[in-house]
Write a protein that binds this ligand. Structure first.
Ligand code: 6R9
Length: 688
């Protein structure tokens, strides 16, 4: 922290002319200006002047307090939320050091609150009841709807009353396996209202994965829908749930009730398989319940939700988040990182099945009384049409979507106005500078700052993120830590390294929305996250910090390749490749190499219509040579019509590594891929 602060202070005061950035100096003095120099992209003066944090100096002042006096800083912010009873003497307590005993994190303990109350009732009571909370836009144009805060509250209360009536109590787990219908955030909020612990399982997971999660958290009730349409395809979700419930019942986890929402646009009741008594149609029971429901007040440290995430080994991990710290942190990060104002219309393209959909579709925005657009698989090409239709001001998405839109060509973007947009956001993986620039220049017309938010399921909220308006941006850098977050970069031995460096990204000290445990396995929590570098939370990501103190995430450390002793981030090589005008997307993996230890094997997807030629192969290799160095030159280029991605858009490198090393019999489970046929295409092209 000391070093970090000193570093940023020195940046702020620019001693001895070490940094030749006159504009930055000017910004610190409060003179924001729009220009681009030395790879720095400055927010416009107009934007900065209206921003919550308009200058680096303001950020530094707030950041300094947040790390020097976390208790004071966070209790001031927490006081802006509703608490039935204030927290105890101690704002937080923590032990992140396994050598000193059990890892333990608590924030606002003794404080009594309810996050659903803070999201809904508080907004209704303050006069925002008729403001739209959620817009819903369906698969096909014309299928849309909206709910005001008042209407959303009424629907949440009805479901909450139903759940109570069937015996769901505070602390009970409820599994939610729903597509992105409004009923999904409604279900999450209803659980939160009665103190039940929701565990949303993304409705693209297989029956086996769902069963695994049900067996782990043993819910009494599962909430689902009979079916969902994705493009032209109808997916029978209820059949998947039936199979999962059969499997989990065999293993001693039987579920009493499967509340099923009839999704008429996808499947009728008649064609839905049904098990009497256990299965109940949502629409038959829920609307009969009263539209008001008392809140179950809970302790700040009572669990709010479980969300399973895959680790590098073993069964999925049930990441557990508690109520108070999560509420304060997601609400606050949403406000600052997107420079949220009450007049904004916010669209996050994530599904509530992932952490982004928890923190930044549901809780963060609603805590701020925001109007959100909830996505339901609209074709990528409809993106900008939807932006214009709802006059979206903040658009938050993933680099993979940016790259695929970029591949389709500028004319799909420029035919729409997009003039409502003012802030763009990126999450999920490092965004390569060329995609960043396209997003910034073409989509945002060089007017909208990009918040490249680095965070994880485990962190609950943004950890390293630009505050739009505060800092000049560097394409591809997540910039600086959010308030209260103390990132450190450590070497192999766990020593903190200072200044300009690369290494393992760890976090020193806790922050309010840190996950408190892995459900039912605190030992695994400690082993995975706190033992690798004692004293710190280990993120699993590689990171470098440049001369100006900006952080650059380089991808999971399991994706780092070591070539002749040179440590090369796969993201770095990918970024170089993608900057080639004919390369649309690239994925890099390491393969065994006799001489160098590891060789660089790349999968390249070309821009539509470009043929794979020997010349192009050489030119791609040359691009990497000239951008990174000869040591990083790819050993093999494998033409890839598409890349194997999860439904959340993450490239499955595990599969690519097997293809690269021709271990074709060991591809493992490919059923979680968005398009499993990609794998066969890749194998067919292996030696082309
Ligand atoms: C929010 C989310 C977490 C991992 C994380 C990192 C990668 C996410 C990123 C990013 C670079 C960003 N990641 N955001 N890398 N820049 N802006 O995606 O959570 O699904 O748990 O994934 O995603 O590698 O460790 P989760």
């Amino acid at each position: 922290t000391e070093n970090h602060l000193r570093h940023m202070e020195s940046l702020a005061t620019l001693p001895s002319g070490a940094r030749k950035i006159p504009q930055l100096n000017a910004m610190i003095l409060g003179e924001a200006m729009a220009s681009e120099e030395n790879d720095l992209v400055y927010p416009s003066e107009e934007f900065s002047l209206q921003a919550h944090v308009p200058r680096p100096a303001k950020y530094l002042e707030m950041y300094k307090r947040s790390v020097e006096d976390p208790a004071g800083f966070w209790s001031d912010i927490a006081s802006e939320f509703y608490w039935e009873q204030k927290w105890g003497q101690q704002v937080y307590s923590e032990n992140l050091d396994v050598r000193k005993g059990t890892v333990n994190i608590e924030w606002f303990k003794g404080g009594i609150t309810n996050i659903c109350y803070n999201c809904l009732d508080r907004n209704v009571e303050s006069g925002n009841g008729d403001k739209v909370a959620l817009y819903w836009e369906g698969n096909d144009p014309g299928f849309d709807g909206s709910l005001t805060y008042k209407q959303l509250l009424a629907q949440v209360c009805q479901l909450a009353n139903y759940l109570k009536d069937v015996g769901v109590k505070k602390g009970d787990a409820v599994v939610i396996y729903l597509p992105m219908l409004m009923e999904l955030p409604i279900a999450m909020l209803a659980c939160a209202r009665i103190g039940a612990v929701h565990s949303v399982v993304f409705a693209g997971f297989s029956a086996e994965s769902l069963a695994q999660r049900i067996m782990d958290c043993k819910p009494k009730v599962v909430l689902t829908s009979n079916a969902v349409r994705r493009g032209a395809k109808v997916i029978g979700l209820k059949d998947i749930v039936d199979a999962a419930l059969l499997e989990s019942a065999k293993n001693g986890a039987s579920v009493d009730i499967c509340l099923t929402y009839e999704n008429k646009s996808a499947m009728t009741r008649e064609s839905t398989n049904w098990k009497e008594r256990r299965d109940i149609w949502w629409q038959d029971v829920v609307p009969k319940y009263p539209a008001t429901c008392d809140v179950e007040w809970v302790d700040a440290e009572d669990p709010l939700f479980l969300l399973y995430t895959s680790g590098s080994t073993g069964k999925p991990k049930g990441v557990l988040h508690t109520t108070g710290g999560y509420m304060v942190y997601t609400g606050t990060t949403f406000k600052y990182a997107f420079d949220y104002k009450p007049s904004d219309v916010y669209w996050c393209t994530a599904d509530c099945g992932w952490i982004t959909g928890h923190s930044y579709v549901t809780y963060g925005p609603l805590l701020n009384g925001a109007t959100c657009l909830a996505p339901t698989y609209p074709a990528a090409g409809r993106c900008w049409e939807i932006v214009d239709k709802y006059k979206v001001t903040i658009f938050y998405t993933a680099p993979t979507l940016v790259r695929s839109l970029m591949r389709a060509g500028d004319e799909y973007v420029t035919r729409y106005s997009r003039k409502s947009l003012r802030v763009l956001g990126s999450v999920g993986e490092p965004i390569n500078p060329s995609a960043w620039r396209w997003f910034f220049n073409v989509v945002g017309e060089s007017r909208c700052p990009i918040s490249d938010t680095w965070w994880q399921t485990e962190t609950g909220g943004f950890m390293i993120t630009p505050l739009p308006g505060a800092w000049p941006q560097k394409p591809g850098s997540a910039t600086y830590p959010f308030f209260g977050v103390q990132p450190v970069i450590v070497d192999e031995k766990g020593n903190e390294i200072e200044g300009e460096c690369s290494g393992y990204l760890c976090i020193k000290h806790s922050w309010p929305s840190a996950f408190r445990t892995l459900y039912g396995d605190h030992e695994r929590y400690e082993t995975t996250y706190f033992k690798p570098f004692p004293g710190y939370y280990f993120t699993g990501d590689g990171c470098s910090r440049d001369n100006d103190g900006y952080y650059w995430l380089t991808g999971r450390v399991d994706d780092v390749i070591n070539v002749s002793g040179h440590r090369i981030g796969t993201a770095e090589v990918e970024s170089a490749l993608v900057s080639h005008p004919q390369c649309a997307e690239a994925a890099v993996v390491g393969v065994e190499h006799e001489v160098k230890g590891q060789g660089i094997y790349v999968f390249v997807t070309l821009v539509e219509g470009v043929p794979c030629t020997e010349e192009l192969r050489k030119s791609l290799i040359q691009t990497v040579r000239s951008q990174i160095g000869a040591f990083a030159a790819p050993d093999k280029i494998h033409w890839a019509p598409g890349l194997p991605k999860t439904r959340s858009g993450k490239i499955m490198r595990r599969i690519l590594r097997k293809i690269a090393s021709r271990q074709l019999g060991e591809l493992g489970d490919t059923s979680t891929l968005a398009d499993p046929s990609v794998v066969d295409q890749l194998i067919a092209l292996a030696d082309v």
